[in-house]
Design a protein. Structure first.
Length: 106
């Protein structure tokens, strides 16, 4: 559907904090606020694009895989432990940004 066919507006009152949160989530999904609200309101799934931090960690994992033959098992294991910790921290930060305060240790 194109924007030209969209002729009906819906007005919703929200707090500034709610608006900022919806805008932030829309950006994470690569959508405009209107597009995000249309998807959520119609029950369609929305998926946040990986943030730069996750992309960087992904690149590090791939780099580690490409260099498996150039390092000892102990070096690889240590780097994997480090990356696992960084991923867990990044995930916890993401959950906190989204308003969820889950204990990831369980």
């Amino acid at each position: 559907m194109t924007d030209r066919k969209r002729t009906t507006a819906i007005q919703v009152r929200v707090t500034e904090q709610e608006k900022r949160q919806m805008e932030r989530q829309a950006r994470r999904c690569g959508l405009s606020l209107s597009g995000y609200l249309r998807r959520v309101g119609s029950g369609k799934a929305t998926a946040a694009f990986p943030r730069q931090r996750f992309r960087d960690l992904y690149r590090q994992v791939n780099g580690l895989r490409e260099n498996l033959n150039n390092q000892t098992v102990e070096q690889t294991a240590a780097k994997l432990d480090e990356l696992a910790g960084q991923i867990l921290t990044a995930y916890a930060d993401e959950e906190t940004d989204n308003g969820d305060h889950k204990n990831l240790a369980h």
